[in-house]
Design a protein around this ligand. Sequence first.
Ligand SMILES: Cc1cc2nc3c(=O)[nH]c(=O)nc-3n(C[C@H](O)[C@H](O)[C@H](O)COP(=O)(O)OP(=O)(O)OC[C@H]3O[C@@H](n4cnc5c(N)ncnc54)[C@H](O)[C@@H]3O)c2cc1C
Length: 417
Amino acid sequence: MTAPPAPDCPPLAGALRADVAVIGAGYTGLSAALHLARAGADVVVLDALAPGAGGAGRNVGLVNAGLWLMPQDLIARAGPEHGPRLLDCLGRAPAEVWQVIAEEAIACEAIPNGTLHCAPDAAGVAALTARAAQWQALGADLRLLDRDETSARTGSLGFQAALFDPRAGTIQPLAYARGLARTAMAKGARICGHSPVSGLRETAQGWQLATPQGQVDAAQVILATDLFPGAPRPECAQEQVILPYFNFATDPLPPELRAAILPGGEGAWDTRKVLTSFRLDAAGRFIIGSVGQLGALDTAVHHAWAARQMARLYPALRGVALQWGWWGRIGTTSDALPRLHQPAPGLWSVSGYNGRGIAPGTVFGRLLAELCLGRISADQMPLPLTPSSPAQLRSLRGLALRAGAAALHLVSGHGAR
Ligand SMILES: Cc1cc2nc3c(=O)[nH]c(=O)nc-3n(C[C@H](O)[C@H](O)[C@H](O)COP(=O)(O)OP(=O)(O)OC[C@H]3O[C@@H](n4cnc5c(N)ncnc54)[C@H](O)[C@@H]3O)c2cc1C
């Protein structure tokens, strides 16, 4: 555990009133709470466990601009009105993360040194070339690095090219979530941990939320539970297919090993469909991740693959133990775009970041706060208001992703030197 301790968030006990109740203390809910509290609104956040207990505390820590989609695909899918707006908003989203971290002095190992999207093969080089051209046409300052510069920047001979995005960077993800929680509380937000919301009903004044030991009455509600099935409105979860993703980490590496890996401090991942992500943390731990679940059946397969892949990328790390492992659920939508819903008046949600939730969650949390404050209207949002529609064959597709990744990791990388 490398994050600062969690702030003290005792469970809700008794009845509270608030202007806005937020369900879920991930990036979306916490950013909303921070901005509401900054504006002087009375806000209560309820989390089933604790701030950062969901995807926010389990992810890779890559603070990316945009989504996984190519910029032009994003515009085509989101449409001529929302597409350019969404791309512009998410292109600027990392800057907003760096700004919040600086303004609120959040200690979360923020390294705004960019990211390297690395191509291990010709198909990857072609994809990065197209991605670079599309972003550059929009005025973004991304740079495609050749093989030599990629080797120098990654410290690995495993890639033919890389796309450097100077807008992006890395954080310790749980530390960022806890920092948002602490700073929102310092500005007056009340955050209750171990307070799963089981009931949500409309009242004459707004909404009433029920937890095991209490209730909150609020004029408006932000539902920020992303893909948690136990949430009081399960629609957000049901429209996402779960992509499991794991990370393994070494203990801090000795300085001579550390110096040769990503010496510029970027975060990195590759263009493969079953991708590899890798970075160093502030203490010099090497963190490597990929698609897969660390369950009883698959942990050994993914751990062995991660050790082989680490040694393939960085031969000097062969034999270094991957001591720590964790995994989480990434929610994916049918068109890889997030969703904005208003299931009823005064009830808002944004979910489905498709593995890109740090910067988008921060930005959409602010935008949800602005909606609740009446500073913007729904038609000014970078996403259209849509009804939710459940994903087809959701469980089966999730299982297929899990099994497919395990099968691939079982066979890949053997015999690689
Ligand atoms: C392994 C992994 C790697 C990832 N890597 C990256 C990355 O490198 N970069 C990136 O940008 N994104 C990444 N993501 C995605 C990112 O973490 C998510 O998109 C982001 O956490 C979503 O934020 P959120 O606030 O919407 O939801 P979450 O962070 O999931 O928070 C939801 C919260 O709701 C609470 N909750 C659920 N049900 C209830 C209830 N009934 N009552 C009260 N509270 C409830 C949960 O306890 C939880 O704290 C990754 C995700 C995973 C899992």
